[in-house]
Design a protein around this ligand. Structure first.
Ligand code: NAP
Length: 314
């Protein structure tokens, strides 16, 4: 197959491009800088240099491809995330970017379009299992991902196969956020914040990449599905898993009222309880996570980070 990727140099894009290449896809991918272009070429992809919004990038990029994976994003860094303006580029990539991609894919007769949305759009479900069809609460900065989901539905309504994968938080040794969480745990603090009994869905980065590739390769697939590991853990269970991963008896969980205050109303959704199931996606594609729970994944990530630090010190 021939696949066009946006965001191919990102945390999710990097393992996805690697897996697509491994499975024999010809990959064309947008590169916003010459450094990104060099990285993509190094992975065996053909870079199309420019921004998703540059005229010509989509015409060149989509010519003759079978599938599009739209992974481009610009999440606001935590230091500015409380400001609405910090999310403008991200909103644009999701809403306008997805619309442009859908228009271009329809114009060029591309058959498949896959977009990774967020499991975070679900309303707080307590201990209830959630999946596509459960109530959503796309407040504030989450709205643009629902606009992108609607664009994917427009692609399907026009005759294409549009797939939305509501992804859990992606973690693994290559993720800067995971390395930060492990470093904090070594100092005795849990980076998984929120009420002790609130579930936080996670998925190992290579499993998330495998889900995207399964969505591209499963013939006739369209609709909205969930991509999470087998066993979503609560924040209290995640703190215990973190402690075990870094070899401490326990890590301290920051008090939730304080965290809520620090996050403000805009980011309050980060504290919701979302116990999400991947069953529908597994039934439809045969995909299953190889890292089944963060109890195992945090240990694997810690070992991989320690090994790479040992190599650097040598
Ligand atoms: N990370 C998670 O926990 C998570 C969870 C659920 C869903 N998702 C979704 O998964 C997708 C990928 O997330 P990620 O964490 O991999 O993001 P990331 O690491 O921040 O990577 C962002 C990517 O977007 C590209 N990009 C930014 N602006 C662009 C533009 N104007 N034109 C073309 N490309 C542009 C960047 O390219 P350059 O490097 O060339 O600038 C980079 O490859 C997003 O849709 C995100 O919402 C992520």
């Amino acid at each position: 197959m021939s696949t066009f990727v946006t965001g191919g140099t990102g945390a999710l894009g990097t393992p996805t491009v690697a897996l697509l290449r491994e499975r024999g896809h010809a990959v064309r991918a947008v590169a916003t800088t010459s450094a990104s272009a060099a990285r993509l070429a190094g992975m065996g992809a053909t870079p199309v240099q420019g921004s998703l919004f540059d005229p010509g990038v989509l015409t060149t990029g989509l010519a003759g491809v079978d599938a599009v994976l739209h992974l481009a994003t610009r999440i606001a860094p935590m230091s500015t995330a409380r400001r609405r303006s910090a999310w403008a580029e991200n909103d644009r990539l999701r809403a306008e970017g997805t619309r442009l991609l859908v228009d271009a894919a329809l114009a060029q007769g591309v058959g498949v379009l896959v977009y990774p949305s967020f499991a975070l759009v679900y309303a707080d479900g307590g201990a209830t299992w959630l999946s596509a069809g459960s109530p959503i609460a796309p407040t504030d900065v989450l709205r643009s991902t629902v606009v992108a989901e609607q664009e994917v539905a427009r692609f399907t309504a026009a005759g294409g196969h549009g797939v939305v994968l509501r992804m859990a938080g992606i973690y693994g040794p290559h993720s800067a956020a995971t390395r930060d969480v492990l470093a904090l745990a070594e100092k005795g603090i849990s980076g998984f914040v929120g009420p002790a009994d609130a579930f936080q869905p996670l998925v190992w980065d290579e499993d998330a990449a495998a889900a995207l590739v399964a969505a591209v390769e499963t013939e006739g697939l369209s609709g909205t599905f969930d991509v999470v590991d087998d066993e979503p853990l609560t924040r209290a269970q995640l703190a215990a898993a973190l402690a075990a991963a870094v070899g401490r008896e326990r890590v301290h969980r920051p008090p939730t009222p304080l965290v809520r205050l620090a996050l403000g109303r805009r980011l309050g959704f980060l504290l919701r309880s979302q116990r999400v199931s991947h069953r529908r996606f597994t039934d439809a594609t045969g995909w299953a996570p190889r890292v089944r729970s963060a109890r195992e994944g945090l240990r694997l990530a810690r070992a991989a980070v320690a090994a790479s630090q040992a190599v650097t010190r040598r």
